[in-house]
Design a protein around this ligand. Structure first.
Ligand SMILES: [Zn+2]
Ligand SMILES: [Zn+2]
Length: 276
């Protein structure tokens, strides 16, 4: 694994200490940015074969979704309001910048020039996280307390999604677990994604308390507890919940009254029964 700080020193302006202006970085690196419309499932790609790097980013026409800003080629990212879709695209762009930097580093150093594909993708994700949320900056913002309010603030300042901020918090050894819930067409709440709890299927599809979730005030942060089963026991994740219209995120600080460990994933490890 190439250390991402070493990769980021390839930036003409050096490794950033604050969330950077990606447009300046794109200009500094001579990257040609292209927006590709309507290619299903396409996030981004980098072509390093020509004289200057070409980065393609997926772009969804505004008419397709009310949640997407009307991006145009040539529009600066920094000119736009932070938004969930911007956040995703911004992370994709940072990842593609990672490809450009790894390529530059390999051209003049003994860094491994041929990583296998999965290792290269992981390295570029790590570079993107460090680029958008530099370690020292992130820790100073989160104040060692990964609450929803802190994670939301840091995600907005860094222009990333709350999920990216959560993954960053775990990567920086802050104990935190999270459950993302989403509402289905028939208004049922379903667990969509779980971070930090390594119990497969621990959360039943309907383990969420539908009535309580539906009644939770929109956009306010509530203390919350959610029982889940490891198959043998019922455990309780306790933390904060924030609900928007169609989704909810719960950031857990404790499981069964103990702080969520970091960076390892929580597992149920019951003590062995004692012989009498
Ligand atoms: Zn990639
Ligand atoms: Zn258990």
């Amino acid at each position: 694994m190439i250390p991402c700080k070493r990769v980021l020193r390839e930036l003409p302006s050096g490794a950033p200490t604050h969330p950077p202006d990606l447009d300046s970085i794109v200009a500094d690196l001579g990257i040609e940015l292209r927006y590709i419309k309507s290619r299903a499932g396409f996030n981004g790609a980098t072509d390093l074969s020509g004289p200057r790097p070409v980065v393609e980013l997926g772009w969804v026409p505004a008419s397709r979704s009310r949640s997407v800003l009307p991006w145009e080629p040539g529009v600066r990212l920094a000119d736009l309001q932070p938004h969930q879709y911007d956040a995703r695209t911004r992370f994709t762009l940072a990842h593609e910048i990672g490809h450009v930097l790894v390529h530059r580093l390999a051209a003049h150093s003994d860094a491994p020039s041929r990583l296998d594909r999965a290792a290269l993708e992981r390295a570029c994700d790590a570079v993107a996280a460090e680029l958008l949320m530099p370690t020292d900056w992130f820790l100073s913002q989160i104040d060692h307390d990964p609450t929803i309010a802190n994670l939301r603030r840091v995600s907005m300042r860094a222009g990333v999604s709350i999920s990216a901020a959560l993954i960053r918090a775990r990567g920086l050894r802050l104990g935190v677990a999270a459950v993302f819930l989403a509402q289905t067409a028939d208004k049922d709440w379903r667990v969509r994604r779980v971070y930090g709890i390594n119990v497969r299927n621990a959360f039943e599809r309907d383990c969420a308390d539908h009535a309580a979730l539906t009644a939770a005030p929109l956009k306010s942060i509530n203390t919350w507890q959610m029982p889940f089963s490891c198959g043998q026991h019922v455990h309780v994740l306790r933390g904060e919940l924030r609900r928007t219209f169609l989704s909810a995120v719960m950031v857990g600080a404790t499981i069964d009254g103990h702080r969520v460990p970091a960076p390892t994933t929580w597992r149920c490890a019951p003590s062995k029964p004692r012989h009498r």
